[in-house]
Design a protein around this ligand. Structure first.
Ligand code: UT7
Length: 323
């Protein structure tokens, strides 16, 4: 008998305001055609003035609780992956905890940029397997619109805001690949590459700063490292690509998603794609894609899912789970 971290509920929230590519044509030297063909993005959601990351996270959390049929008091912990918390501190996770009316347990943020949700899943998995908690809410939530340089056409057209949340619960499994829940995790980072994707602000500068990216360089690392981490996680789980029902990748660029699927020898029919509707929502992109994948009827109980992401750091990783 083995303990497994099993998904028992999921939900997401997207801000009301939808911005189509064409809107950027009014203020920037860009076109809908360029954005679509280079990234696959058609539209994205932007948070309203005053709407913060913890607000989006709280809405997604409420929906996940409803899906699982539980109340906040049933949770032991909240782990929130974000690089755009409302404030330097306290954590956005404790703000969600208060907003949900959860007055016990513990809550904290995880910051690994676009790989944040993978890191948060890994953290929650370890806590559940060690017995430190029985039920954890794992959230990915971002308001990247707040760190965009609106004059930089090479970045500001690529990102969006949103949140996704899932509930992981410790359950008994047989200890083999037939188990429901997280089957393996692979995490990596390499701080030598900090200059290709970063925010030029923070505590040391006295200002929030803006996202800066050498897109081509990040692209080059992405396809190679994502296929490698997905393969490492599949090896650790003891599954082969032909046993995979869905890849749920970080949604940064359709060409990266296609390139990774090809390297893994999988068809795009096995990939959940939401980048056209959400843009790159960093740590929120995977839980958003999982939730939308379930809503569309793509992801069903028992399906084997490989989820992978890369972002600033660089930090990257993959999780294999049976839904
Ligand atoms: O989530 C974290 C990880 N982030 C990523 O995974 C992003 C990885 N990178 C990418 O997705 C792609 O590199 C981009 C979508 C950012 C860019 O695509 P690209 O094919 O690598 O284009 P590029 O950066 O090489 O730019 C090609 C041209 C340049 O013009 P020149 O120098 O060839 O004259 C850019 O100035 O496209 C120009 N360009 C634009 N043109 C119209 C850059 N942004 C735009 C724009 N509209 N918005």
């Amino acid at each position: 008998m083995t303990t497994r971290a099993v998904v028992t509920g999921i939900g997401h929230y997207l801000p009301e305001r939808v911005v189509a590519n064409a809107e950027f044509e009014q203020s920037l030297d860009t076109t809908d055609e360029w954005i679509r063909s280079r990234s696959g993005i058609e539209r994205r959601h932007f948070a309203a003035e005053g709407e913060s990351t913890s607000d989006l996270a709280t809405e997604a959390a409420k929906r996940a609780l409803q899906d699982a049929g539980i109340v906040p008091d049933d949770l032991d912990a909240i782990i929130l992956a974000t690089s755009t918390p409302d404030f330097t501190f306290p954590s956005a996770a404790t703000m969600v905890q208060a907003a949900l009316g959860m007055n016990h347990g513990f809550a904290f943020d995880v910051q690994a940029v676009c790989a944040g949700f993978i890191y948060a899943l890994s953290t929650a998995n370890s806590m559940l397997l060690s017995g430190q908690a029985r039920r954890i809410m794992v959230i990915g939530a971002e308001t990247f619109s707040r760190i965009m340089d609106w004059d930089d056409r090479a970045t500001c057209v690529l990102f969006g805001d949103g949140a996704g949340a899932l509930i992981l619960e410790a359950q008994n499994g047989a200890g083999d690949v037939s188990d429901q829940g997280i089957l393996s995790v692979d995490l990596n980072s390499d701080g030598r590459h900090r200059d290709i994707l970063y925010v030029d602000g923070g505590v040391s500068t006295g200002a929030t700063g803006y996202l800066r990216m050498q897109g081509k360089e990040v692209f080059r690392h992405a396809v190679e490292k994502l296929a490698k981490t997905a393969n490492a996680a599949m090896d650790a789980a003891g599954i082969s690509p032909d046993q995979v029902d869905w890849i749920v990748p970080h949604q940064a660029n359709i060409r990266i998603i296609q390139g990774t699927a090809k390297k893994l020898g999988l068809s795009m029919d096995n990939v959940v794609v939401t980048v056209q509707d959400h843009g790159n929502t960093s740590a929120a992109s995977i839980p958003l894609a999982l939730s939308v994948g379930v809503e569309r009827g793509q992801i069903k109980r028992g399906d084997v899912i490989v989820t992978e992401a890369i972002g600033g750091g660089l930090a990257w990783g993959a999780v294999v789970l049976r839904w």
